[in-house]
Design a protein around this ligand. Structure first.
Ligand code: AMP
Ligand code: MG
Length: 472
């Protein structure tokens, strides 16, 4: 049996300037690590025998209908414009239309050099591949828009990072890989025909109801506001919110040095390359607005009447902070059991977060305990919780079923960073049991799983991971 993917490619029909046709580079000894059956069913992908799939997901063989290409884009990295990035170690095999009618990209990541590789080797090592697999699938199970993982394979080759590491390839699935940077590259080069074509393509693919470039800007703004509020509500820190890692579809994309917070503090940063804390937890909404402003700047370039476009775009971008706040409030209201909106809610939530930060409260476990048991035990000074809970209890009187609201808004399980690191260390030794266990437990994050209690615990002092590295 051979792997079959019912490709229906559209990006490959765009003009040459949008991409470089590039086949994946074969690897020495492909070996299957994981294949995501439930996702494959949505994609109408039917599996082949194991070795056949390993060869295909490593890029050694091309499934029929694949038209591999590396996409061009640019972007602001840590606030500085880099005029040419592009897929330096990924190729888009093509697209499929799923059982749900949604068109999705199927991309190999770590599949060899491309014309956009610059100094890079075009490869990925096992650690980041497994991290992205676990964390993106967990994000999906949490109900937050994200790219997904269809497969992971070992390459049987060594990749040089901090030392020699086992190589791997991830098969990533996304509603598309269009980024803010995809628009920026054509705007910056003055390729207005390409820019207009890209706008039409993005609207048709993602936001068919959007009216022109400014309608697209509005739709991206709304999707990003929902996304960032989702991240904030589960304590997720992306780590590298550059404009090339900001998807037009509103999905979480490019899992690098990302992490979920254990102990709550708004200034938390994990990425070892983010020395200024630009992408700290609490900065993420502001950065999302900054990124949208970069998209606006790019979209304006194609307008006939620049002045009118600037005015409209400014208005759209300036409305984003309030939208972020609305989405954030909706998420955090649910986290403390509220479905109705009342004036004091923002104050109530902020007060809880302040006390959590002052008392080294675990973000996930504290919220889960609000709808479960013994939340006060999460605080170094439990009376700090009691002082808040009085007002909260009074507010809950006006809610019908706060416990149910909280249990479906507050996950019991997140991919804790120390568990992800332990999983990677085991996999490097050839033990994939922790990887499969993490995937299984994280597939149902809102369900109590008493036999997985060890995955709920915050790290012991010798397990704490304080930095995640970009040596991906
Ligand atoms: P990232 O930080 O993963 O979003 O990557 C930023 C840019 O660097 C993108 O254009 C990537 O394609 C490229 N890149 C990252 N790692 C490699 C690598 N090992 N080889 C080639 N290009 C890479
Ligand atoms: Mg990237």
């Amino acid at each position: 049996m051979t792997l079959t993917i019912p490709f229906d490619n559209s990006y490959a029909r765009l003009p040459d300037g949008f991409f470089a046709r590039q086949a994946p580079e074969p690897v020495r000894a492909p070996k299957m690590i994981a294949f995501n059956e439930p996702l494959a069913r949505i994609l109408n992908v039917s599996s082949g025998d194991l070795q056949d799939m390993a060869e295909a997901f490593a890029g050694n063989t091309l499934p029929e209908g694949a038209e591999p290409l590396a996409q061009l884009y640019s972007g602001h990295q840590f606030g500085h414009y880099n005029p040419q990035l592009g897929d330096g170690r990924a190729v888009l095999l093509g697209e499929t239309v799923g059982t749900d009618g949604i068109r999705r990209d199927i991309q190999l990541k770590g599949s060899g050099r491309t014309p956009f590789s610059r100094q890079g080797d075009g490869r990925a090592w096992l650690g980041p591949v497994l991290r992205e697999y676990v964390v993106s699938e967990a994000m999906h199970a949490l109900g937050i828009p994200t790219t997904r993982a269809l497969a992971a394979v070992e390459t049987g080759e060594i990749v040089l990072r901090e030392g020699p590491m086992p190589g791997a390839v991830l098969t990533r699935v996304a509603h598309s890989h269009l980024r803010v940077g995809t628009f920026q590259v054509f705007a910056a080069r003055g390729q207005l025909d390409h820019l207009r074509q890209l706008i039409d393509y993005a609207i048709a693919r993602h936001y068919p109801q959007a009216d022109g470039p400014m309608g697209l800007l509005r739709a991206v703004r709304d999707a990003q506001a929902r996304l960032i509020a989702g991240w904030m509500s589960v304590g997720f820190i992306h780590g590298v919110m550059n404009t090339d890692n900001c998807a037009i579809s509103g999905e979480t994309i490019d899992y690098g040095p990302c992490a979920f917070m254990d102990t709550y503090h708004p200034n938390t940063v994990y990425s070892s390359i983010d020395r200024m804390g630009r992408y700290a937890y609490s900065n993420q909404p502001d950065i999302a607005v900054w990124n949208l402003a970069q998209l606006a700047t790019a979209l304006i370039q194609q307008a006939e009447d620049k002045e009118a476009a600037v005015e409209e775009a400014t208005e759209i971008v300036h409305a984003m902070p309030d939208l972020l706040q609305d989405n954030w409030l909706r998420r955090f209201r649910a986290k403390i059991g509220l479905t109705r909106a009342e004036d004091g809610d923002l104050q109530l939530i902020s007060d809880l977060l302040t006390r959590m930060a002052q008392n080294q409260a675990d973000f996930t476990n504290t919220f889960r305990a609000l709808g479960g048991s013994a939340p006060r035990d999460q605080f170094t000074d439990p009376e700090a919780f009691d002082g808040w809970a009085e007002g909260w209890q009074a507010r809950l009187q006006r809610e019908a079923d706060p416990k149910a609201t909280m249990q479906s808004a507050n996950p019991a399980f997140i991919p804790r960073n120390h568990r992800v690191e332990q999983m990677i260390q085991a996999a490097v030794q050839g033990d994939y049991a922790p990887f499969h266990r993490l995937n299984a437990v994280l597939a149902q994050p809102y369900t109590d799983q008493p036999d997985a209690a060890e995955l709920m615990n915050p790290p012991a002092s010798d397990e704490v991971v304080s930095a995640t590295f970009c040596g991906t």
